[in-house]
Design a protein around this ligand. Structure first.
Ligand code: FE2
Length: 279
């Protein structure tokens, strides 16, 4: 099974730039790339920061842009989003009983669990006891789970971005909950950090996807400042292969040269590479 993980598309009003980049043009390019190369994906999951300032026009633009994609799309909110404005434009989108944009679905490979980690008026993530209760129910009711967050649910050792991770009070109980179910959680996916990330949380593999717009350069010294740069944007193609999960990063906007090379042993011989034995 193939699905797409994308995050932090930061749409604005038409023509608005974010960190010098046009997010709508970037999204159109990413969606065009997906439609051309990965139309067989069964889902596209966008893990939040759908917009930059929660402008109604930005959600309207997203709704329009999604029409080019053949697969079902699962949307999550991030710290730059607004639940009410989001729901104005996606009124049929599922929510939980508490009004959070928590939802889940069962696919043949397991339960996909989409968690709402947003708290109003802060860039840090929250996952209160009500939300943890909802997640616990979802985990208890399945055999295999793939869990999606906007915020990174753990500190990553970068003080400037750790300020914006899931808040300290919620991290420990969420970790305990995830740890109690780690035998069935195949992978955790998140966005928010705008970096290509991988690692483990209590033994559970995780990956964080870059933004389709601006990226963050890791700053591992004591600092409150994050460096941002227009590095290569990407989305991820995730392949669920039996017991295994493979995560591929797709640089959809790359305009430089691509050299196609055979991978047979003789294709890598010096002569085949244009290098003579005398050199
Ligand atoms: Fe973001």
């Amino acid at each position: 099974m193939k699905f797409i993980h994308m995050s932090d598309i930061h749409l604005g009003t038409p023509g608005m730039l974010v960190e010098g980049i046009d997010p709508q043009a970037r999204l159109a390019r990413a969606f065009g790339h997906i439609a051309e190369h990965h139309a067989d994906a069964v889902r596209l999951v966008i893990t939040g920061d759908l917009t930059h300032w929660a402008d109604p026009e930005a959600y309207a633009a997203l709704k329009q842009a999604l029409r080019v994609l053949p697969m079902p799309v699962r949307l999550m909110v991030g710290n730059h989003d607004d639940r009410a404005v989001f729901l104005d434009h996606f009124p049929d989108h599922p929510s939980d009983e508490g009004g959070f944009i928590n939802h889940a679905e069962d696919l043949p490979e397991g339960r996909f669990i989409y968690c709402d980690t947003v708290q109003t008026a802060t860039h840090a993530g929250h996952f209160c006891s009500a939300r943890r209760g909802w997640l616990q129910g979802q985990l208890e009711g399945c055999q295999t789970a793939y869990v999606f967050f906007h915020h990174n649910p753990l500190h990553l050792g970068d003080p400037s971005t750790d300020m914006l991770s899931l808040n300290d009070a919620d991290q420990a109980p969420l970790r305990a909950l995830l740890k109690a179910h780690r035998d069935k959680i195949a992978h955790i996916f998140f966005g928010h950090v705008h970096e290509p990330l991988s690692g483990t949380l209590a033994g559970i593999p995780f990956s964080g996807v870059p933004s389709t717009v601006h990226q963050v350069i890791p700053n591992l010294s004591p600092s409150m400042f994050s460096g941002m740069a227009p590095l290569e944007p990407s989305y991820r193609v995730v392949l669920l292969r039996g017991e295994d999960v493979a995560v591929h990063q797709i640089p959809f906007a790359w305009e430089g040269e691509v050299i196609w090379h055979g991978n047979d042993w003789n294709d890598w011989a010096k002569e085949a590479c244009g290098v003579s034995r005398e050199n």
